[in-house]
Design a protein around this ligand. Sequence first.
Ligand code: KG4
Length: 344
Amino acid sequence: MTKSNNTIIIGIETSCDDTSAAVIENGIIRSNIIASQKVHEEYGGVVPELASRAHQKNIVPVVDQAIKKAGIKKEQINAIAYTRGPGLLGSLLVGASFTKGLSLALNIPMLEVNHLQGHVLAHFIKKNEHDTSQPAFPHLCLLISGGNSQIIKVKSHLEMEVIGQTIDDAAGEAFDKCAKVMGLPYPGGPLIDKLAQTGNPNAIKFNKPRISNLNYSFSGLKTSFLYHLRDMLKIDSQYIEKNKEDLSASLQKTIIDILFGKLVRASKETGIKVITVAGGVSANSGLRAELKKEAEKRQWNLFIPELSYTTDNAAMIAITGFYKFLEKQTSGHNSVPFARMMIE
Ligand code: KG4
Protein backbone atom coordinates (compact mmCIF):
# COMPACT_ATOMS: atom_id res chain seq x y z
CA MET A 1 0.00 0.00 0.00
CA THR A 2 1.37 3.44 -0.93
CA LYS A 3 1.44 6.27 1.58
CA SER A 4 -1.09 9.07 1.04
CA ASN A 5 -0.26 12.78 1.14
CA ASN A 6 -1.31 12.80 4.79
CA THR A 7 1.28 12.49 7.52
CA ILE A 8 0.34 9.67 9.89
CA ILE A 9 2.34 9.20 13.07
CA ILE A 10 1.83 6.52 15.70
CA GLY A 11 2.99 7.35 19.23
CA ILE A 12 4.04 4.86 21.92
CA GLU A 13 4.14 5.84 25.60
CA THR A 14 5.50 3.47 28.28
CA SER A 15 7.39 5.79 30.64
CA CYS A 16 5.67 4.77 33.88
CA ASP A 17 2.56 2.69 34.54
CA ASP A 18 0.33 3.47 31.55
CA THR A 19 0.75 1.60 28.26
CA SER A 20 -0.55 3.87 25.54
CA ALA A 21 -0.60 4.12 21.75
CA ALA A 22 -2.13 6.89 19.63
CA VAL A 23 -2.50 7.78 15.99
CA ILE A 24 -2.23 11.39 14.78
CA GLU A 25 -2.98 12.31 11.17
CA ASN A 26 -1.83 15.77 10.05
CA GLY A 27 -1.87 16.86 13.71
CA ILE A 28 -5.45 15.58 14.23
CA ILE A 29 -6.18 12.90 16.80
CA ARG A 30 -7.47 9.63 15.32
CA SER A 31 -7.09 7.34 18.35
CA ASN A 32 -5.57 7.37 21.83
CA ILE A 33 -5.67 4.03 23.69
CA ILE A 34 -4.50 3.81 27.30
CA ALA A 35 -4.16 0.65 29.38
CA SER A 36 -3.67 1.62 33.02
CA GLN A 37 -2.01 -0.87 35.33
CA LYS A 38 -4.04 -1.82 38.39
CA VAL A 39 -1.33 -4.18 39.66
CA HIS A 40 0.40 -1.39 41.67
CA GLU A 41 -2.60 -0.39 43.80
CA GLU A 42 -1.89 -2.79 46.65
CA TYR A 43 1.75 -1.61 46.92
CA GLY A 44 1.07 2.11 47.50
CA GLY A 45 3.17 3.18 44.51
CA VAL A 46 4.45 2.03 41.13
CA VAL A 47 6.61 -1.13 41.32
CA PRO A 48 9.09 -0.80 38.39
CA GLU A 49 9.50 -4.54 37.75
CA LEU A 50 5.73 -5.08 37.65
CA ALA A 51 5.29 -2.04 35.39
CA SER A 52 7.75 -3.45 32.79
CA ARG A 53 6.00 -6.83 32.80
CA ALA A 54 2.57 -5.22 32.38
CA HIS A 55 3.88 -3.11 29.46
CA GLN A 56 5.14 -6.30 27.79
CA LYS A 57 1.69 -7.80 28.13
CA ASN A 58 -0.23 -4.71 27.01
CA ILE A 59 1.84 -3.19 24.23
CA VAL A 60 0.75 -5.38 21.29
CA PRO A 61 -3.03 -5.23 21.97
CA VAL A 62 -2.85 -1.49 22.74
CA VAL A 63 -1.05 -0.68 19.47
CA ASP A 64 -3.39 -2.99 17.58
CA GLN A 65 -6.44 -1.18 19.02
CA ALA A 66 -4.98 2.26 18.29
CA ILE A 67 -4.48 1.34 14.61
CA LYS A 68 -7.94 -0.23 14.32
CA LYS A 69 -9.70 2.68 16.02
CA ALA A 70 -7.90 5.17 13.77
CA GLY A 71 -9.32 3.31 10.78
CA ILE A 72 -5.94 3.05 9.05
CA LYS A 73 -3.73 0.25 7.79
CA LYS A 74 -0.33 -0.03 9.43
CA GLU A 75 1.31 0.38 6.00
CA GLN A 76 -0.03 3.96 5.88
CA ILE A 77 1.98 5.04 8.95
CA ASN A 78 4.84 7.41 8.09
CA ALA A 79 6.82 7.19 11.34
CA ILE A 80 6.68 5.84 14.87
CA ALA A 81 7.34 8.12 17.85
CA TYR A 82 8.27 6.72 21.24
CA THR A 83 8.94 8.11 24.70
CA ARG A 84 12.70 8.14 25.14
CA GLY A 85 12.55 9.44 28.72
CA PRO A 86 12.34 10.48 31.46
CA GLY A 87 10.74 7.53 33.20
CA LEU A 88 11.35 4.06 34.61
CA LEU A 89 14.11 2.47 32.54
CA GLY A 90 12.54 -1.00 32.39
CA SER A 91 9.25 0.51 31.21
CA LEU A 92 10.95 2.74 28.65
CA LEU A 93 12.90 -0.23 27.25
CA VAL A 94 9.67 -2.04 26.41
CA GLY A 95 8.47 0.94 24.33
CA ALA A 96 11.88 1.47 22.72
CA SER A 97 12.29 -2.20 21.74
CA PHE A 98 8.76 -2.44 20.40
CA THR A 99 9.30 0.75 18.38
CA LYS A 100 12.48 -0.62 16.84
CA GLY A 101 10.71 -3.83 15.86
CA LEU A 102 7.79 -2.00 14.26
CA SER A 103 10.11 0.48 12.56
CA LEU A 104 12.11 -2.36 10.99
CA ALA A 105 9.02 -4.36 10.06
CA LEU A 106 7.31 -1.40 8.35
CA ASN A 107 10.53 0.18 7.10
CA ILE A 108 9.61 3.57 8.55
CA PRO A 109 11.70 5.94 10.71
CA MET A 110 11.65 6.25 14.49
CA LEU A 111 11.22 9.53 16.36
CA GLU A 112 12.59 10.06 19.88
CA VAL A 113 10.28 12.06 22.11
CA ASN A 114 11.01 13.71 25.44
CA HIS A 115 7.99 12.92 27.64
CA LEU A 116 8.07 16.42 29.19
CA GLN A 117 8.05 18.07 25.78
CA GLY A 118 5.08 15.82 24.98
CA HIS A 119 3.11 17.21 27.95
CA VAL A 120 3.80 20.77 26.72
CA LEU A 121 2.75 19.98 23.13
CA ALA A 122 -0.48 18.21 24.18
CA HIS A 123 -2.10 21.62 23.54
CA PHE A 124 -1.41 21.20 19.82
CA ILE A 125 -3.44 18.00 19.38
CA LYS A 126 -6.32 18.97 17.10
CA LYS A 127 -9.77 17.48 17.69
CA ASN A 128 -10.74 17.79 14.03
CA GLU A 129 -9.99 19.67 10.79
CA HIS A 130 -11.66 22.85 12.09
CA ASP A 131 -9.85 23.00 15.43
CA THR A 132 -7.74 26.17 15.47
CA SER A 133 -7.57 26.60 19.24
CA GLN A 134 -3.80 26.16 19.67
CA PRO A 135 -1.68 28.54 21.77
CA ALA A 136 0.44 31.14 19.99
CA PHE A 137 4.23 31.43 20.41
CA PRO A 138 5.90 32.38 22.60
CA HIS A 139 3.85 31.15 25.52
CA LEU A 140 4.51 30.07 29.08
CA CYS A 141 3.70 26.51 30.12
CA LEU A 142 3.28 25.58 33.78
CA LEU A 143 4.28 21.91 33.73
CA ILE A 144 3.23 20.26 36.98
CA SER A 145 3.40 16.52 37.55
CA GLY A 146 4.63 13.89 39.98
CA GLY A 147 8.24 14.46 38.94
CA ASN A 148 8.32 18.06 37.70
CA SER A 149 7.26 21.59 38.47
CA GLN A 150 8.54 23.89 35.78
CA ILE A 151 7.75 27.15 34.06
CA ILE A 152 8.73 26.76 30.42
CA LYS A 153 9.04 29.46 27.81
CA VAL A 154 7.77 27.76 24.64
CA LYS A 155 9.28 29.56 21.65
CA SER A 156 8.15 27.12 18.95
CA HIS A 157 6.98 23.50 18.78
CA LEU A 158 10.50 22.21 19.31
CA GLU A 159 12.25 25.13 21.02
CA MET A 160 11.67 25.45 24.76
CA GLU A 161 13.49 27.09 27.64
CA VAL A 162 12.97 26.24 31.32
CA ILE A 163 12.88 29.56 33.19
CA GLY A 164 11.89 28.18 36.58
CA GLN A 165 11.78 24.77 38.23
CA THR A 166 11.60 23.04 41.56
CA ILE A 167 14.79 22.75 43.54
CA ASP A 168 13.47 19.78 45.53
CA ASP A 169 10.03 18.08 45.41
CA ALA A 170 7.52 18.47 42.58
CA ALA A 171 3.97 19.77 43.16
CA GLY A 172 2.56 16.26 42.59
CA GLU A 173 4.98 14.87 45.17
CA ALA A 174 3.75 17.46 47.69
CA PHE A 175 0.18 16.24 47.11
CA ASP A 176 1.18 12.56 47.26
CA LYS A 177 3.52 12.76 50.26
CA CYS A 178 1.10 14.84 52.36
CA ALA A 179 -1.73 12.47 51.39
CA LYS A 180 0.41 9.56 52.54
CA VAL A 181 0.95 11.05 56.01
CA MET A 182 -2.84 11.48 56.20
CA GLY A 183 -3.11 7.72 55.56
CA LEU A 184 -4.52 8.11 52.02
CA PRO A 185 -3.53 5.65 49.26
CA TYR A 186 -1.25 6.48 46.29
CA PRO A 187 -1.60 8.63 44.25
CA GLY A 188 -2.93 11.09 46.81
CA GLY A 189 -3.41 14.08 44.48
CA PRO A 190 -6.85 13.12 43.12
CA LEU A 191 -8.08 12.20 46.65
CA ILE A 192 -6.91 15.50 48.13
CA ASP A 193 -8.69 17.23 45.24
CA LYS A 194 -11.95 15.42 46.10
CA LEU A 195 -11.73 16.03 49.86
CA ALA A 196 -10.79 19.69 49.30
CA GLN A 197 -14.10 20.33 47.56
CA THR A 198 -15.96 20.28 50.91
CA GLY A 199 -13.18 21.77 53.05
CA ASN A 200 -12.22 25.31 54.11
CA PRO A 201 -9.08 26.42 52.21
CA ASN A 202 -8.33 29.06 54.83
CA ALA A 203 -8.68 26.80 57.88
CA ILE A 204 -4.96 26.07 58.32
CA LYS A 205 -1.91 28.12 57.34
CA PHE A 206 1.12 26.20 56.11
CA ASN A 207 4.59 27.59 55.41
CA LYS A 208 5.37 28.89 51.94
CA PRO A 209 8.91 29.01 50.52
CA ARG A 210 10.81 32.25 50.03
CA ILE A 211 12.92 31.89 46.91
CA SER A 212 14.04 34.98 45.03
CA ASN A 213 14.02 33.68 41.40
CA LEU A 214 11.36 31.78 39.40
CA ASN A 215 12.21 28.45 41.03
CA TYR A 216 9.89 26.41 43.22
CA SER A 217 10.36 24.47 46.45
CA PHE A 218 7.82 22.13 48.03
CA SER A 219 9.86 20.24 50.63
CA GLY A 220 9.25 22.91 53.31
CA LEU A 221 5.49 22.63 52.84
CA LYS A 222 5.69 18.88 53.33
CA THR A 223 7.58 19.39 56.62
CA SER A 224 5.16 22.12 57.75
CA PHE A 225 2.23 19.76 57.02
CA LEU A 226 3.90 16.89 58.88
CA TYR A 227 4.69 19.03 61.97
CA HIS A 228 1.14 20.39 62.04
CA LEU A 229 -0.27 16.85 62.09
CA ARG A 230 2.26 15.74 64.72
CA ASP A 231 1.31 18.64 67.04
CA MET A 232 -2.45 18.28 66.56
CA LEU A 233 -2.41 14.50 66.95
CA LYS A 234 -0.87 14.97 70.42
CA ILE A 235 -4.02 16.89 71.39
CA ASP A 236 -6.56 14.74 69.53
CA SER A 237 -5.75 11.30 68.13
CA GLN A 238 -8.74 11.62 65.76
CA TYR A 239 -7.53 14.97 64.36
CA ILE A 240 -6.88 13.76 60.79
CA GLU A 241 -10.18 11.92 60.49
CA LYS A 242 -12.14 14.89 61.86
CA ASN A 243 -10.34 17.49 59.71
CA LYS A 244 -9.39 15.71 56.50
CA GLU A 245 -11.48 18.04 54.31
CA ASP A 246 -10.00 21.24 55.81
CA LEU A 247 -6.49 19.75 55.76
CA SER A 248 -6.90 18.87 52.06
CA ALA A 249 -8.42 22.23 51.08
CA SER A 250 -5.74 24.19 52.96
CA LEU A 251 -2.92 22.08 51.53
CA GLN A 252 -4.32 22.42 48.01
CA LYS A 253 -4.70 26.19 48.38
CA THR A 254 -1.10 26.52 49.58
CA ILE A 255 0.20 24.51 46.60
CA ILE A 256 -1.89 26.60 44.18
CA ASP A 257 -0.68 29.86 45.80
CA ILE A 258 2.95 28.75 45.48
CA LEU A 259 2.48 27.72 41.82
CA PHE A 260 0.63 30.92 40.89
CA GLY A 261 3.06 33.25 42.66
CA LYS A 262 5.89 32.33 40.29
CA LEU A 263 3.68 31.97 37.23
CA VAL A 264 2.34 35.52 37.64
CA ARG A 265 5.87 36.77 38.12
CA ALA A 266 7.12 34.90 35.04
CA SER A 267 4.33 36.43 32.97
CA LYS A 268 5.19 39.93 34.23
CA GLU A 269 8.95 39.49 33.70
CA THR A 270 8.62 38.08 30.18
CA GLY A 271 5.57 40.11 29.15
CA ILE A 272 3.98 36.86 27.90
CA LYS A 273 0.25 36.54 28.49
CA VAL A 274 -0.42 33.29 26.63
CA ILE A 275 -0.41 30.69 29.40
CA THR A 276 -0.80 26.91 29.23
CA VAL A 277 -0.80 24.28 31.96
CA ALA A 278 0.18 20.63 31.59
CA GLY A 279 1.00 17.44 33.53
CA GLY A 280 -0.89 15.27 36.03
CA VAL A 281 -1.46 18.02 38.61
CA SER A 282 -3.20 20.15 35.96
CA ALA A 283 -6.17 17.78 36.48
CA ASN A 284 -6.72 19.40 39.89
CA SER A 285 -10.19 20.97 39.91
CA GLY A 286 -9.28 23.73 42.38
CA LEU A 287 -6.25 24.70 40.33
CA ARG A 288 -8.26 24.76 37.09
CA ALA A 289 -10.94 26.99 38.66
CA GLU A 290 -8.38 29.38 40.16
CA LEU A 291 -6.43 29.54 36.91
CA LYS A 292 -9.56 30.67 35.06
CA LYS A 293 -10.12 33.44 37.64
CA GLU A 294 -6.47 34.50 37.46
CA ALA A 295 -6.60 34.54 33.65
CA GLU A 296 -9.65 36.78 33.67
CA LYS A 297 -8.05 39.14 36.19
CA ARG A 298 -4.76 39.36 34.28
CA GLN A 299 -6.16 39.10 30.75
CA TRP A 300 -4.24 35.94 30.02
CA ASN A 301 -5.07 33.82 27.01
CA LEU A 302 -5.33 30.57 28.99
CA PHE A 303 -5.17 26.98 27.70
CA ILE A 304 -6.20 24.17 30.05
CA PRO A 305 -5.81 20.61 28.70
CA GLU A 306 -8.63 18.10 28.38
CA LEU A 307 -8.52 15.78 31.40
CA SER A 308 -7.49 12.82 29.21
CA TYR A 309 -4.34 14.72 28.17
CA THR A 310 -3.27 15.67 31.72
CA THR A 311 -2.10 12.16 32.60
CA ASP A 312 0.34 10.06 30.59
CA ASN A 313 -0.93 9.37 27.07
CA ALA A 314 0.54 8.55 23.68
CA ALA A 315 -1.37 11.30 21.83
CA MET A 316 1.09 13.87 23.21
CA ILE A 317 4.00 11.65 22.11
CA ALA A 318 2.51 11.30 18.62
CA ILE A 319 1.94 15.06 18.22
CA THR A 320 5.52 15.80 19.29
CA GLY A 321 6.69 13.11 16.85
CA PHE A 322 4.59 14.77 14.16
CA TYR A 323 6.44 18.09 14.57
CA LYS A 324 9.81 16.31 14.71
CA PHE A 325 8.91 14.40 11.55
CA LEU A 326 8.09 17.67 9.75
CA GLU A 327 11.57 18.89 10.77
CA LYS A 328 13.09 15.57 9.62
CA GLN A 329 14.35 14.87 13.15
CA THR A 330 14.20 11.09 12.88
CA SER A 331 16.49 8.70 14.75
CA GLY A 332 18.45 5.54 13.97
CA HIS A 333 17.91 2.07 15.44
CA ASN A 334 20.76 2.64 17.88
CA SER A 335 18.43 4.98 19.84
CA VAL A 336 18.35 4.18 23.58
CA PRO A 337 16.00 5.41 26.30
CA PHE A 338 17.11 7.50 29.30
CA ALA A 339 15.58 7.41 32.78
CA ARG A 340 16.58 11.04 33.33
CA MET A 341 16.00 13.68 30.69
CA MET A 342 15.60 17.43 30.83
CA ILE A 343 13.62 19.66 28.47
CA GLU A 344 16.70 21.20 26.90
O1 KG4 B 1 2.05 13.68 34.86
P1 KG4 B 1 1.72 12.56 35.75
O2 KG4 B 1 0.52 11.71 35.36
O3 KG4 B 1 2.91 11.57 35.88
C1 KG4 B 1 4.12 11.68 36.55
O4 KG4 B 1 4.63 12.76 36.88
O5 KG4 B 1 4.65 10.57 36.79
O6 KG4 B 1 1.46 13.16 37.21
C2 KG4 B 1 1.11 12.37 38.30
C3 KG4 B 1 0.89 13.30 39.48
C4 KG4 B 1 0.72 12.57 40.79
O7 KG4 B 1 1.53 13.20 41.75
C5 KG4 B 1 -0.76 12.75 41.12
O8 KG4 B 1 -1.05 12.75 42.50
C6 KG4 B 1 -1.02 14.10 40.49
O9 KG4 B 1 -0.32 14.08 39.28
N1 KG4 B 1 -2.46 14.32 40.25
C7 KG4 B 1 -3.18 15.24 40.90
C8 KG4 B 1 -4.51 15.12 40.42
N2 KG4 B 1 -4.53 14.12 39.49
C9 KG4 B 1 -3.26 13.64 39.39
N3 KG4 B 1 -2.82 16.14 41.82
C10 KG4 B 1 -3.79 16.95 42.30
N4 KG4 B 1 -5.08 16.89 41.90
C11 KG4 B 1 -5.48 16.00 40.96
N5 KG4 B 1 -6.75 15.95 40.57
